[in-house]
Design a protein around this ligand. Structure first.
Ligand code: HEC
Length: 143
């Protein structure tokens, strides 16, 4: 009798542990995208350059991360200044491993750092994966 109820307890526990694990891996995928959104919007401020602005200087929400002209210049000459920031919603053309390397080291496909003003970010792996997951969750409108 006692043994039966212990047994039932063990089964119930094992069962809830399994359900819990499935639930938390779903939660983890959501957390990763949420963390990526936070890093993109609040820390890296990627939209400052990758989202175009209207004539009042406000970011155009409908074109979020769809690429934008860079409308400022350095006060001293910089030979390789980039005058536009590409679309990064959906990260078109980027394989995951290359994107992770770029976000962790600032080194792109061509083994070069991006042209300024794109910062060479040094995210740790977990954060680079979160940024990638978030950007890939967005749709590129192919602007
Ligand atoms: C201060 C402006 C600025 C900010 C902030 C910025 N970028 Fe950029 N980004 C650029 C510019 C300009 C380029 C184009 C660089 C070039 O052509 O070499 C670029 C290029 C890129 C590229 C393509 C790199 C390549 O070599 O093809 C990726 C990917 C990228 N940015 C991701 C991001 C992410 C993710 C963030 C935020 C975490 C971010 N950028 C924040 C300006 C910016």
């Amino acid at each position: 009798m006692i043994r039966d109820s212990v047994c039932a307890l063990v089964i119930a526990f094992a069962c809830s542990a399994t359900l819990g694990a499935a639930g938390s891996s779903r939660a983890k995928a959501g957390d990763k995208i949420g963390r990526g959104k936070y890093l993109v919007d609040q820390v890296g401020m990627c939209g400052d350059c990758h989202t175009p602005r209207d004539d009042q200087g406000r970011l155009i929400a409908a074109k979020y991360l769809q690429g934008a002209p860079i409308d400022f210049k350095p006060t001293a000459p910089v030979p390789v200044w980039a005058d536009k920031a590409p679309a990064i919603a959906g990260l078109p053309g980027w394989e995951d491993t290359a994107a992770i390397k770029f976000l962790m080291t600032g080194i792109a496909y061509n083994e070069l750092p991006p042209r300024p003003p794109m910062p060479a970010y040094r995210f740790n792996r977990q954060d680079a994966e979160a940024v990638l997951a978030y950007l890939k969750s967005l749709v590129s409108t192919g602007k």
